[in-house]
Each structure stands twice: as C-alpha cells, then as structure tokens.
Ligand binder design. Structure first.
Ligand code: ZN
Length: 135
C-alpha cells in the first residue's frame, strides 16, 4: 500500500465563493502514482468546506451560494461575536471532507461533477489537504 499527502493552496476573492479544484486534485492523484484506491479531500478550516456538484453550468454554483446565504444570512443576531457565525453554520452544512474513488490512476467522477472548495468567510488564503491511499 502507498499513501501520499499533499496540500492545495486556494486564494479566494469574495466572502462566499465556490472554487473548482477538480483539476488540482486530478493532478495530485496522477502525481501519487496510485492506480487503485481512495482519495480524501479535507478542508482544515471552520468557515469553509468542500463538496461535489455540477461544474458545467456556472449558474449552479451561484444558486448554491444564493440559497446558503438566504438560509443563513450574515449579520443577524448570532451569539458568536466574531461576525462570522453564518460562515461557521454554512461550513457545517457543507462539511469538511469528501471521499473519492481512485481507479485507473484517476478519480472517478460523474460527467457533470466537479470538486468545489467552498469559501464562506473570504477573501482568504486557504489550504486543502489531499490524501491518496492505494496501490
Ligand atoms: Zn468565528
């Protein structure tokens, strides 16, 4: 069994932003040399997350951002006084990690699927950890 860990740096440019990181994750899986296994993508932040969804039509990610902002609007009467309580809640809703199937030296995604880093308290410099395990 082989196991490799990598870091992707993401620079976000707005408070809420879904950033397509599919290409970077693919490149790291190829670099690992692992043909069959699992790839874990993990976000070590409390006001960001990672998810998989459609990357063909950019309006899908805009709709996701809009709905999350409507469900959990910023600047309301939250107990957390740092001013980013909504960002923490959105992070919980999206989650901190995804698991991907690695086969044939590549990640297995559906035709319309892409991997999105989800920023909820930007703009910031962020890290995404990628662990590839397999043979
Ligand atoms: Zn906070």
């Amino acid at each position: 069994m082989v196991s490799q860990i990598y870091t992707i740096s993401v620079r976000t440019s707005s408070r809420t932003q879904l950033v397509d990181i599919t290409r970077q994750v693919r490149e790291l899986v190829r670099k690992s040399g692992i043909r069959e296994g699992i790839c874990v993508v993990y976000v070590p932040h409390t006001t960001a997350g990672v998810t998989i969804n459609e990357n063909a039509d950019p309006s899908v990610r805009e709709d996701i951002e809009d709905v999350l902002n409507r469900l959990v609007p910023p600047g309301r009467n939250y107990r957390h006084l740092e001013g980013n309580a909504d960002s923490h809640v959105k992070s919980v809703m999206v989650g901190p990690s995804i698991d991907l199937i690695v086969t044939g030296g590549d990640i297995l995604l559906g035709t319309w699927q892409g991997i999105f880093f989800c920023e909820f308290d930007g703009p910031r410099n962020r890290k995404v950890l990628v662990r590839v395990v397999g043979e």
